[in-house]
Design a protein around this ligand. Structure first.
Ligand code: HEM
Length: 332
């Protein structure tokens, strides 16, 4: 049964869209990968799975001392960096990059949709908004593009005056010097306690170098990570932006940017990635075995809005599918 907070509106045909999206994506996974080597449908190429720590700041403002941010402490975390394209393509392709953070041993009560009892996940991408801002647009993109033909989806967007959204998405795809120098956003909103709503952002704080190798290679982003994390740690500020102006900061349209003029991002924690060797078979296997989802959440951080409600169901079914198909248990 769908749980709706007072901040949300049920989308017409929501259940049907979730079923349609799940069925197209699952069919594609079965078609694209042999059993035993089933990758995620989205963000299939991981650049790295990194061990990290997440330290809650000592000066979190009282209104943000909630859930995992209630008191200054350090959590162990996993960070999975990825290329977003549903095809596991090389780093040479311009793409959106993903950063999924899993805090471990967080305690507290979890939402009933969570199939993990002691984690808190934050899923972020390298763009501030989701150009396909509603579940219906995601459903059109997936069912028409992946289920029928990408041209049909583009034609529909152009015919309905939504060509600009496709341009925004194209522009957000880049070849960065390093995924440790990118800024990431949640794009979709989350409860922050029972009375507040927030979005998240991760801002890089290590010294920016912005140095590209003389020639970009198929693995230049992974090579860059290896070179940087061989010697020094990488750090990010984890920031929270409260929804202070509900009339102009919608919950149900992730294409509308919540600007920093409307509400500033406030630092609540430091993500620290220590030097480490991550290009190992063991790490690669763990990256496939772990499942990240906005649904892995404490009650204070419930994901909200139709896109997030859909993601809780879709990610669970599809990660269960790839684990069952590959005969692999999910690590606890
Ligand atoms: C209805 C819309 C969406 C659908 C259908 C969708 C679908 C998926 C799927 C199927 C996966 C792989 C799950 C698994 O097998 O473990 C995934 C991963 C991911 N998604 Fe989405 N997604 C949606 C919206 C978003 C949004 C708005 C964001 C913004 C932050 C996002 C960020 C990510 C990231 C970062 C990952 C990689 C997680 C990892 O490293 O395991 N997605 N998505």
């Amino acid at each position: 049964m769908t749980v709706l907070t007072p901040f949300e509106t049920l989308e017409l045909n929501e259940e049907k869209y979730i079923r349609q999206i799940t069925s197209v994506l699952q069919r594609n996974m079965a078609r694209d990968y042999p059993a035993g080597a089933t990758l995620r449908d989205a963000h299939p190429r991981h650049l790295a799975l990194l061990a990290a720590t997440f330290t809650v700041a000592p000066d979190v403002p009282p209104e943000l001392q909630i859930g995992v941010f209630a008191k200054p402490m350090t959590y162990d975390a996993w960070v999975r960096l990825s290329n977003a394209s549903s095809t596991p393509q090389s780093d040479l392709h311009k793409d959106i990059r993903g950063c999924a953070i899993k805090l471990r041993h967080v305690g507290g009560a979890h939402i009933p949709e969570s199939d993990e009892a002691d984690t808190q996940d934050f899923l972020l991408v390298s763009m501030p908004t989701m150009s396909l801002g509603t579940l219906k647009l995601f459903r059109d993109a997936i069912v028409l593009s992946l289920g029928v033909s990408p041209l049909l989806f583009v034609a529909k967007m152009l015919l309905t005056g939504k060509g600009r959204m496709l341009k925004t998405l194209q522009r957000a795809k880049t070849n960065p010097a390093s995924v440790l120098e990118l800024r990431y956003w949640s794009t979709t909103p989350y409860l922050f306690g029972s009375q507040q709503v927030a979005k998240y952002s991760l801002v890089p704080t290590s010294d920016p170098r912005n140095d590209f190798p003389p020639v970009l290679t198929e693995t230049y982003l992974v090579d860059d990570l290896e070179e940087r994390l061989d010697a020094a740690e990488a750090t990010f500020d984890f920031m929270v932006q409260l929804r202070r102006d509900p009339a102009h900061m919608p919950v149900e349209d992730a294409a509308v940017e919540w600007t920093e003029v409307q509400s500033a991002f406030i630092k609540v924690a430091t993500l620290r990635i220590p030097p480490q060797e991550f290009r190992t078979e063991e790490r690669a296997q763990l990256a496939e075995a772990l499942a990240f989802s906005p649904g892995h959440a404490r009650v204070e951080h419930r994901p909200i809005g139709a896109i997030n409600r859909a993601r809780m169901t879709i990610y669970k079914i599809l990660s269960d599918f790839r684990h069952a198909r590959d005969g692999r248990a999910k690590p606890v």
